[in-house]
Design a protein around this ligand. Structure first.
Ligand SMILES: Cc1ncc(COP(=O)(O)O)c(C=O)c1O
Length: 376
């Protein structure tokens, strides 16, 4: 067999196996359904006001070129990008910020470059794939602790060697629960470990994020803010010390060897931050929607609803959870089924995201379906 045929047979075999297990991933185009699935928690991605503001703002920069034309270290840097970083750092109460093309890239950058041979990265077992992938690219030892379990974290801290980094999400992307940040930071300082917090899903929803709300901004080694979720844009920033920023500029390969964001994206991020600051009512409105969802599901006592916008309704088994999702689709409601390998087998779930723009009737309709579907 030629090498090409051999490779094709291998690719086909893997895909076929996925298909047989009912786990084949496919791209689909979201139809115009009621949105209970996107990460646009505060509606900024669809804000007409913000969109029109962006169109107008673009006209103020007639000399801006379309592409950034290179890595930040070559032709891709600009005064605009550096000023945006300074303002992002100041907004979050940190010394410095560094922009990345996405949250995924930012986590690759951080976790691939920090830990050296002999060092340790300890991560929550439910941490996002980008942290796992980043730490796999690096040289440090990787340890996982049980989700949000302080005893398990302490066990790992006791056996860590070298410089020890601890990675958590402040609001977990699949389960929607929050990390006990204060207790985790306390443990980290006891064991001389450096805490890194991914605020992807908390930023905007909890205003400046849960690190700030817990008064921990000055104690955390690095924080990740992503712009593709509540900010409704795209990209990310790592905040921390000036020293960390300089280090990443020098050693983080996903930063060094990639074309910088184009001007339009930088402008979008700047305006979205401004919009968030000008619309303090949005997190409160979202909270109201979450309260309504919680109240509606109160009768189903075994469902634990979350304080944030991500609500995970366990429907074990990929067939059952897909069926529930299709039934919702027939009602014009979009909720994705989350199956293995994204989550562990047996913890398949409907991942419901609540938004400021979901009407009360829509939430009631969704909850009515859940009340009649969940008999576990
Ligand atoms: C916790 C967490 N971190 C990082 C990312 C990656 O961010 P981005 O979508 O900007 O690449 C995600 C996205 O799903 C996430 O949920």
């Amino acid at each position: 067999m030629s090498r090409k045929l051999f490779a094709e047979a291998f690719l086909n075999e893997r895909l076929e196996k996925r298909k047989q297990n009912g786990l084949l991933r496919k791209l689909s185009q979201t139809k115009d359904l009621i949105d209970f699935s996107s990460n646009d928690y505060l509606g900024l991605a669809r804000s007409k006001e913000l969109g029109q503001g962006l169109q107008k703002a673009v006209l103020l920069y007639p000399d801006a070129i379309l592409g950034s034309t290179g890595s930040r270290l070559l032709s891709g840097n600009s005064e605009f990008a550096e000023k945006l970083e300074q303002d992002i750092a100041a907004y979050h109460g940190m010394e410095a910020a560094l922009l990345f093309n996405s949250g995924y890239t930012a986590n690759l950058a951080l976790f691939s470059s920090l830990a050296q041979r002999g060092d340790t990265i300890i991560m929550d077992e439910l941490i996002h794939a980008s942290v796992i992938d980043g730490s796999r690219m690096g040289l440090g030892k990787r340890l996982k602790f049980k989700h949000n379990n302080l005893e398990s974290l302490e066990e790992k801290l006791k056996v860590a060697t070298g410089i020890c980094y601890v990675a958590v999400e402040s609001l977990y992307s699949m389960d929607g629960d929050q990390a006990p940040l204060k207790a985790i930071q306390h443990l980290c300082s006891t064991y001389n470990a450096l805490l890194i917090v991914d605020e992807a899903h908390a930023f905007g929803v909890f205003e400046k994020g849960l690190v700030a709300q817990n008064g921990l901004s000055n104690q955390i080694f690095a924080t990740l803010f992503t712009f593709g979720k509540a900010l409704g844009a795209h990209g990310a920033a790592v905040t921390g010390s000036q020293l960390l920023r300089n280090y990443l500029i020098n050693f983080a390969r996903p930063f060094i060897y990639s074309t910088a964001m184009p001007f339009a994206q930088l402008l979008h991020i700047r305006l979205a931050y401004k919009y968030l600051q000008d619309h303090e009512e949005l997190p409160l409105l979202l909270k109201k929607k979450i309260r309504l969802f919680q109240k509606q599901l109160l009768p189903i006592t075994h469902i634990q609803t979350m304080e944030g916008p991500i609500q995970s309704i366990l429907i074990p088994g990929q067939v059952a959870v897909r069926k529930a999702s299709l039934e919702l689709e027939a009602m014009n409601i979009k909720v994705y089924p989350i199956v293995s390998p994204t989550v562990a087998p047996g913890t398949e779930r409907l991942r419901i995201c609540l938004h400021t723009y979901n009407t009360d009737q829509e939430i009631e309709q969704l909850c009515h379906f859940l009340q009649h579907t969940i008999h576990i």
